[in-house]
Design a binder for this molecule. Structure first.
Ligand SMILES: C[S@@+](CC[C@H](N)C(=O)[O-])C[C@H]1O[C@@H](n2cnc3c(N)ncnc32)[C@H](O)[C@@H]1O
Length: 132
């Protein structure tokens, strides 16, 4: 629904800062412990959340994916980005300790299927665990 030009990317980064401020400086609320190992950020956008998570949790391998390759190449060594369509079948060899999804409300056709894939590959999420 939205463009992926510089103006939009600046808007996304600004909203990241607003969101972080509104959470009192936290990047997440889920109880993922001090040493999470595998973190996935779906529809990562500019990748700013994934990069901040990589800085905060050096123990973790942070993967951000997006259908649009707008993420920077200069990132912490534990952060990677992939071009992927999250509405396709997910094929990860291992589950994730935390799967993060933010501001995707207008982006997806099939939310129940996405939630099924998140539950299949995720162990802890920032969403109500009751079925939707
Ligand atoms: C509003 S932005 C949110 C970016 C980021 N999650 C954040 O919080 O700043 C929505 C993002 O979803 C991506 N997107 C839309 N459909 C997608 C799909 N099917 N698979 C992967 N990414 C998708 C867009 O390219 C865009 O970067």
């Amino acid at each position: 629904l939205f463009p992926n030009d510089d103006e939009e990317n600046d808007r996304l980064d600004l909203y990241h800062h607003i969101q972080t401020l509104s959470l009192g400086g936290k990047l997440h609320l889920a109880p993922i412990g001090e040493n999470p190992q595998r973190i996935l950020d779906i529809g990562t956008g500019t990748g700013i959340w994934a990069i901040d998570m990589g800085d905060k949790y050096p123990s973790a391998e942070v993967l951000g994916n997006d259908i649009s390759p707008i993420q920077p190449s200069l990132v912490p060594p534990n952060v990677k980005f992939e071009v992927d369509d999250i509405e396709n079948e997910w094929v990860y060899a291992q589950p994730f300790d935390y799967i993060h999804s933010r501001y995707l409300a207008c982006a997806l056709r099939d939310w129940p299927r996405l939630m099924q894939q998140m539950y299949k590959y995720g162990l802890s999420m920032d969403v109500d665990p009751e079925p939707v």
